[in-house]
Ligand binder design. Structure first.
Ligand code: ADP
Ligand code: MG
Length: 465
């Protein structure tokens, strides 16, 4: 029928506009490398902030003692304690708790959010068992993973540049987030010092390095997306401080804000951006990350419902609700292997109130998921290639005859659970760098490595060293 033909035409157009042939991906990777240089050259030199983390030494394995970590930056926040035993003992014991953030606190007042966090942290500390040991007279020390763009002023202080990922809280931008947390902890009567303020990418990099010496970069693909990597300190023109002894500095790229004329943007991306909490910002993130993929699929299906009556004569009202289709549900539909696409049918019914869909319609829905997910995965692969190029690790380099190994620590629910996405990312990266180089580049899943990483950085920046 004419309606079906129209729906197929919308799909075809989507496919064309989202296309990411290798040539285009190379342009994206090169643009990423160029922007990295620009962001390192001067403050405000690029959409990429290339934030200096003040981490110039990554964990060695010698860290000892009891340390805490707090991870804030997505839908959940986590608190963790770890007893470190140095080279012999490694991680002697660790415990964590995960708490979901009440949605009203994500758009409320700063002090309310920090009070909530400090109260949960105080409860966690109160529940501590005998296996964890704090030497007498010592203050507890915490690594604070705060996964929003922060302008660091030292390893343990920094001001918030902007909120992202659905957070929109009054009166925090421009404030020192460590001071905010410290005041809230004092209000709770919790005696704890924030020894390190880190982004989750930095925490993941540190946690990854603890277990594997060849980790030189970290990528997050979760609610949002970001990357961090080890840079040579003298390659950071905007750094006017003393050159660190190690000669290295970890950089938090804030790559979610990357943008380039080479990115394949569609009408759906433009509308999503315009109606978002942060229009014009985080364009790369809006193409790739878990917060947005499902929403993009919803927008395409809505157009098919409106212009091709894909789901009947009237547009299903729930399909008009922003963010109603979450990426985990998109992923479940995309991975449906049943012959009648039963999961797709159930999801459409349960989430969007659309019943009795034909197999043909379900297949079309899966194709929309496929186009949106693979575009995101391929662009993420291009981003990674951009970083490897900046590090000079994109081709098979030999270090005294032995192949130099490059490990990227990866974290985030999107990469971890969306198998089609992660497989596509890896295949694309291999395709771009070639078999030989690919053999020495490893993407290592480091789920929640940022918590242990933050605790390790708290240890290496302890006031008692
Ligand atoms: P955060 O990024 O909030 O710190 P996570 O790394 O756990 O947290 O990532 C959570 C995000 O991962 C979710 O917002 C969602 O977008 C994505 N995600 C979680 N589970 C799945 C899944 N099964 N399929 C696809 N995406 C998922
Ligand atoms: Mg996270």
């Amino acid at each position: 029928s004419g309606r079906w033909a129209r729906a197929v035409a919308i799909l075809k157009e989507l496919e064309e506009k989202c296309a990411t042939p290798i040539g285009k991906l190379r342009q994206v990777a090169d643009a990423m490398t160029v922007e990295m240089h620009a962001g390192l050259a001067s403050e405000g030199g690029s959409k990429l902030k290339m934030l200096i983390s003040y981490v110039d030494n990554l964990p060695t394995g010698d860290e000892t003692g009891l340390f805490y970590a707090l991870d804030l930056g997505g839908t959940n926040f986590r608190v963790l304690r770890v007893q470190l035993g140095g080279k012999e003992g490694h991680v002697v014991k660790q415990e964590f708790e995960e708490v979901s953030i009440p949605p009203n606190l994500m758009v409320g007042r700063s002090s309310e959010l920090f009070d909530f966090i400090a109260a949960e942290l105080a409860k966690f500390v109160a529940s501590e068992g005998e296996e964890f040991h704090l030497p007498a007279g010592r203050q507890r020390e915490l690594g604070f993973t705060f996964s929003f763009p922060v302008k660091q002023t030292s390893i343990s202080s920094g001001t918030l540049i902007k909120w992202t990922k659905g957070f929109a809280i009054d009166g925090t931008v421009g404030e020192d987030v460590v001071a905010e947390l410290t005041k809230a902890m004092e209000r709770q009567g919790l005696d704890m010092r924030v020894s390190a303020l880190v982004n989750d990418t930095i925490g993941t990099l540190a946690g990854g390095r603890y277990y594997d010496n060849d980790v030189v970069a970290a990528v997050i693909l979760g609610t949002g997306t970001n990357a961090a990597y080890v840079e040579r300190a003298h390659a950071i023109p905007k750094w006017h401080g003393l050159l660190p002894k190690s000669g290295e500095m970890v950089i938090n790229m804030e790559w979610g804000n990357f943008r380039s004329s080479h990115l394949p943007l569609t009408e759906y991306d433009q509308a999503l951006d315009l109606e978002s909490l942060n229009p014009g910002e985080q364009i790369f993130e809006k193409l790739i990350s878990g917060m947005y993929l499902g929403e993009l699929v919803r927008r395409v299906l809505l157009k098919m419902a409106e212009e091709a009556a894909l789901f009947g004569d009237s547009v299903p009202p729930k399909l008009e609700i922003q963010f109603i289709l979450r990426t985990p549900d998109m992923s479940a539909m995309h991975h449906d292997t049943s012959s009648d696409l039963r999961v797709v049918g159930t999801k459409l019914k349960e989430i969007l109130g659309i019943s009795n869909t034909s197999l043909k319609t379900r297949k079309l829905v899966v194709e929309v998921c496929d186009i949106i997910a693979k575009r995101g995965a391929r662009l993420a692969a291009a981003g990674i290639l951009g970083v490897l190029k900046k590090q000079g690790r994109d081709s098979a380099a030999r270090d005294g005859g032995e192949m130099q190994r490059t490990v990227i620590a990866m974290d985030g629910g999107l990469y971890e659970h969306y198998t089609i996405f992660s497989n596509c990312l890896e295949t694309t990266l291999k395709e771009m760098i070639g078999e030989e180089a690919a053999a020495s580049i490893v993407i290592k899943l480091a789920t929640d490595g940022s918590g242990i990483g933050a605790a390790l950085l708290a240890a290496s920046h302890s006031q008692y060293l």
